[in-house]
Design a protein around this ligand. Structure first.
Ligand SMILES: Nc1ncnc2c1ncn2[C@@H]1O[C@H](COP(=O)(O)OP(=O)(O)OP(=O)(O)O)[C@@H](O)[C@H]1O
Ligand SMILES: [Mg+2]
Length: 268
């Protein structure tokens, strides 16, 4: 008996490997909605797919993370400790991700290393700079494409409201968005990260996501290139990166002077 919504089908032509596609975005940006629509669309056009998500709360490490996220700030876990648990939660899944990719199955993954480093760095703990936050993920399987679903925190909040979990505050979300947009817009990711404006109708967003992802899946299935590895970041670049993040925060963000006005970032 299988509850797999996308049972494996033997491909009609040989597949070199599956593509590793990550969907990123703020809380309520539509990651789960779009990930499912994307997986459905790819599967119905003949690709083998599997969905994964982080944190994976089903493992013992994932349960510790879940307790942290849903409990009040009085928990004793330091910022570094919870950060490393998030990374460990990805490392424990890495062999299974790799084996699916090698079997020819495309992975649609809901959050991954970008969320991992960004949510920690957005705490602005001086002992946890961005390059430090990135480093425990170095060596993990690298995505072939990261799709960042970009919505304003204001728009995202209308979809159910923030406040249920620890990171769901307006200010935190604004910093998180600024980090993501900086990484995507300043060439940090050499073209493997795309910004998709995600404030529109669900089906409109889904069409754009599929347009970005399908060509990548087709190329990877044919190319046979090795799955990449997450590369380290140069600590010397931290200062200019953070200046760009701050500039982005001031451009995008809600501020007391601007009242409710929201400057929408226009994705390239
Ligand atoms: N484009 C959209 N327009 C309006 N509502 C949307 C849109 N996309 C998703 N929603 C709704 O917003 C809510 C959050 O969507 P979803 O769960 O997909 O977001 P998420 O990014 O996975 O959130 P989380 O970070 O909490 O897991 C759902 O109720 C969903 O139906
Ligand atoms: Mg979700």
């Amino acid at each position: 008996m299988s509850e797999d919504p996308y049972p494996y089908r033997t491909p009609s032509t040989p597949i070199a490997r599956g593509a590793f596609i990550v969907i990123e975005g703020l809380d309520r940006s539509g990651k789960t909605t779009q990930g499912k629509l994307l997986a459905d669309a790819l599967y119905s056009s003949g690709h083998n797919v599997r969905q994964t998500r982080f944190p994976d709360r089903t493992t013992p490490i994932g349960q510790m993370i879940s307790t942290y996220l849903t409990s009040s700030s009085s928990t004793t876990l330091s910022d570094q400790a919870i950060h490393l648990l998030f990374s460990a939660n990805r490392w424990e899944a890495a062999p299974s991700i790799l084996s699916s990719l090698q079997q020819g199955t495309t992975i649609i993954c809901d959050r991954y290393t970008h969320s991992g480093a960004i949510y920690s760095a957005a705490k602005h703990n001086p002992a946890l700079p961005f390059h430090w936050a990135w480093s425990p993920d170095v060596g993990l399987p690298a995505p072939d494409l990261v799709v960042f679903l970009d919505v304003s925190p204001e728009n995202a909040a209308k979809r159910g409201g923030f406040g249920d979990e620890r990171y769901e505050t307006r200010e935190m979300q604004e910093w998180v968005r600024s980090f993501f947009v900086t990484m995507a817009a300043f060439g940090e990711e050499d073209g493997d990260m795309v910004i998709v404006p995600a404030g529109k109708e669900i089906s409109d967003v889904a069409n754009v996501v599929l347009d970005k992802v399908l060509p990548k899946v087709e190329v990877v299935e044919k190319s046979g290139s090795e799955v990449g590895k997450i590369e380290g970041r140069d600590s010397n670049g931290e200062r200019s990166f953070m200046m760009n993040v701050r500039m982005m925060y001031e451009t995008l963000g809600y501020s007391k002077d601007k009242g409710q006005e929201q400057i929408e970032y226009v994705a390239p």
